[in-house]
Design a protein around this ligand. Structure first.
Ligand code: LMR
Length: 395
């Protein structure tokens, strides 16, 4: 039975990351997978995480299962982090959430809820979107339509195209939006554009599903959630998939949250019961370690302050790298790379062809995705000149 199964191609992101890991050339630059790396090329553990972890190691008295909805302090902390403690939807008690195994688990729970409400619903996804959205949501049975989003000619959002396409999204449809730091293009909606999306959702009745995996890595924790908060204020319903992988550096701890903004408290509670049944079907209950850490940080004012400062420094460093990279690329190539400085978060497209990306890999040991998506947070003072010269050489 099993011998009929063929070997599948490697994942377009993780496969390239594995290739980069295996490359022993000294000049190697790995800009594949979206993890933050410091000046020394290490993905660091936050001080706040170390401290919370040390407390846990002393205080933890059991490894019994978590309740299926996860850690209470994590769930309430994440709701406040995403919406702001005084958000009318929170004060109106129409918000609920469950802990999930990473942002992926949260997306999957969101997809299960959507499928339960409208089997086979159409999810509108940005062109392009994170490639994993498709198998993650599609394997539940949801269908997809694309809306125009990134315009390679302007290196910005084609908002007019987006609005035209989303005019066809109606009640029963879902529109998947990147809350901030769009993956893969780094081009985000302005707050005025979020307001237009809110108008359209209100008038047409589609359900926004917001994937926010990079809160705090664009402009700041509150700024990056402004679009989400606006939608949650204006609309009766939305689903949010959030992750602590990047903004707390808890990647391997699989720490995420699926949050539901509902018409009323009764519906918010009903959705938790739906999420728990869906989770029981897939993984029963979420892992504890990451959410215990995040819950501790979010509920302890001292740890929370330490974490916010560290995150702000990380965000400032990424934005500094964006500006340095622009300068170096422009100097090396004589072309305009101003867009890199305008984009947000970890990712930008360099605007290279797949063939150029592959030459960079083979001839220069510079690894990026075939789409020319780079992880800006993989750049440092030691590799930036080599990177800029290598890119200029293949242009
Ligand atoms: C990425 O896009 O590189 C990250 O979100 C990591 C992943 O799982 O793909």
């Amino acid at each position: 039975m099993l011998d009929q199964l063929q070997r599948l191609p490697a994942d377009p992101i993780l496969g390239l990351a594995a290739m980069a890991r295996a490359d022993t050339r000294a000049a190697k630059v790995d800009l594949t997978v979206g993890i933050y790396m410091d000046e020394t090329g290490v993905c660091p553990v936050f001080d706040a995480v170390r401290e919370a972890q040390a407390m846990l190691a002393t205080d933890e008295i059991t490894k019994a299962y978590l309740p299926p909805a996860g850690v209470d302090a994590f769930n309430s902390g994440m709701q406040k982090l995403l919406l702001g403690a005084e958000h009318p939807a929170l004060l109106g008690a129409r918000v609920s959430s469950v802990q999930a195994p990473g942002g992926c688990g949260a997306l999957r729970i969101g997809a299960e809820i959507i499928h339960a409400a409208t089997p086979g619903a159409t999810v509108w996804v940005s062109d392009p979107t994170w490639p994993v959205h498709l198998p993650l949501l599609g394997s539940v049975g949801l269908q997809f339509s694309n809306y125009r989003y990134y315009d390679p000619a302007t290196h910005g959002v084609n908002f007019q195209g987006m609005v035209e396409d989303l005019k066809s999204a109606g009640a029963g449809d879902v529109v998947l939006l990147h809350g901030c730091c769009h993956n893969p293009c780094g081009a985000d909606l302005s707050l005025a554009q979020w307001a237009v999306v809110a108008d359209m959702a209100e008038a047409q009745g589609f359900l926004p599903f917001i994937d926010i995996a990079y809160q705090g890595l664009g402009d700041g924790l509150d700024e990056d959630a402004a679009g989400l908060r606006l939608l949650a204020e204006r609309l009766p319903e939305l689903i949010v998939a959030a992750s602590c992988s990047k903004n707390m550096g808890l990647y391997r701890e699989r720490t995420g949250a699926a949050m539901f903004v509902c018409r009323d408290q009764e519906n918010a509670e009903a959705l938790v019961s739906q999420a728990l049944v869906a989770a029981r079907r897939i993984y029963s209950m979420p892992p504890a370690h990451g959410a215990l850490i995040a819950g501790k940080i979010l509920s302890d004012s001292k740890l929370d302050r330490t974490w916010r400062v560290e995150l702000m420094e990380m965000c400032a460093r990424i934005n500094g790298l964006r500006s340095d990279l622009r300068t170096k690329l422009e100097a090396a190539s004589g072309r305009d790379f101003a867009f890199i400085e305008k984009e947000k978060g970890m990712f930008s497209f360099l605007g290279l062809s797949a063939e150029q990306a592959s030459r960079l890999r083979e001839d220069y040991a510079v690894y990026m995705l075939d789409s020319s998506r780079i992880n800006v947070a993989g750049v440092n003072a030691g590799n930036i000149d080599y990177l800029a010269e290598s890119v200029a050489a293949v242009l």
